[in-house]
Design a binder for this molecule. Sequence first.
Ligand SMILES: NC(=O)c1ccc[n+]([C@@H]2O[C@H](COP(=O)([O-])OP(=O)(O)OC[C@H]3O[C@@H](n4cnc5c(N)ncnc54)[C@H](OP(=O)(O)O)[C@@H]3O)[C@@H](O)[C@H]2O)c1
Length: 327
Amino acid sequence: MHAIVITEPGSPNVLSWTEVPDPFPSSGEVLVDIAASAVNRADINQRLGSYPPPKGAPEYPGLECSGRIAALGPGTETSGWSVGDEVCVLLSGGGYAERVAVPVGQLLPVPRGVSLVEAAALPEVACTVWSNVFMVGALRSDETLLVHGGGSGIGTFAIQLAHAHGARVVTTAGSEEKLERCRELGADVTINYRDEDFAARVKEETGGNGADVILDIMGGSYLDTNVRSLAVNGRLVIIGLMGGRSAELDLGRMLVKRLSVHATTLRARPVEEKARIVSEVTEHVWPLVEKGTIRPIVDRTMELANASEAHRVMESSAHVGKIVLTR
Ligand SMILES: NC(=O)c1ccc[n+]([C@@H]2O[C@H](COP(=O)([O-])OP(=O)(O)OC[C@H]3O[C@@H](n4cnc5c(N)ncnc54)[C@H](OP(=O)(O)O)[C@@H]3O)[C@@H](O)[C@H]2O)c1
C-alpha cells in the first residue's frame, strides 16, 4: 500500500507519499480500507518529531479515518462487524495511508445522514470532547463551558455538543470571522482573545462567578488566567500545550475555590479505555449527529497524497473545523 511517511523531522516537505508494507490485523484487530482521513494538530507535532506514536501504533501519522472493513483479524469474527461494513475509526496512528489495522473497539458506525468522507472528521473530535468535557469535566446542562480555540476542529465540535446538552457556551478565537462561525454553531458568548481579556469577560458574562468547566488547548500560557476564570468547584481540563508545557499554579486560589486541574491525552490511553470512550460516543453522541443537531464541520477536502499542503493550511490557522484528506 501507500502511506505518508515522515522522512525526517521538519517542515511539511518531509511528508512523502511512499510505497510501504501492507498492515495485517493481529488478534482483536480489523483491517480497514481507508476512504478518507483528517488532519489533527498532533500530526504536526509528530511531523516535527515532538510527538512520537505510542508503542505498537502504526508509525505513519493520522489519528482517525473512515472506510470499509477489508478483513477481520483473529478473535473479531463475533464482534458484530462484517467485511464491507462502512466505519469511522479512532486511531493511534496510521490514518494517512491506504489501509490500517486497528483494535475492533475503536470502530464506530458511520452515522446515518453523514457521508463516508465527512465521517473521517468525527472520531478524534467526538472522542476527545466527550471524554474530556463530559467524562472528566462532568459538564452539566445548567453550567457554563469555556472553550478555547472555538474555530478549531476540537472547538467547533465542543461548542455544538455542549450547546446540544443545554450548557451555556463561551468561546475564544482570534478573528471576527471565526467568532461568527462559533455563534452559528451555538456559542452564547464569543471573545476575541487578541484584543480582549478573556478572564474579565468570562466574569462579566457569568455574573462574577466564572466558568464551571474550561476545555483548554493552550496549557502553560493560559494556566493562570484559566484558573482565575473558573467558578467555585470549577474544572480545568487541559488537552493541548500550544502555549507551552509549564507555568506557575496558584494553589491558594485552587484551595479557596475548590478547583481541579486535569490534563489528558487520548492517544496514549490503553485500548480498553479507548473502547469505552468509543462506546459512550456511539451511545450518547451519534444520535445527535444522526438528528443533525451536531454536524461534521469540514473546512476543506484535500488529497491524502498532498498532506504536506494540508499541514501548511493547518499551520496557517486559516481553517475553521476539520481538514479532510481523501484518496
Ligand atoms: N489531549 C488530547 O487527547 C487531544 C486530542 C485532540 C486534540 N488535542 C489538542 O487540541 C488542540 C486543537 O486541535 P485541533 O486539531 O482541533 O487543531 P486546530 O484545528 O489547528 O486548532 C487550533 C486552534 O487554536 C487557535 N488558537 C491559537 N492560539 C490561540 C489562543 N491564544 N487562544 C485561543 N485559541 C487559539 C487557532 O485559531 P485562531 O488563533 O485563529 O483562533 C486554531 O483554531 C491542539 O492543541 C491539539 O493538540 C488534544
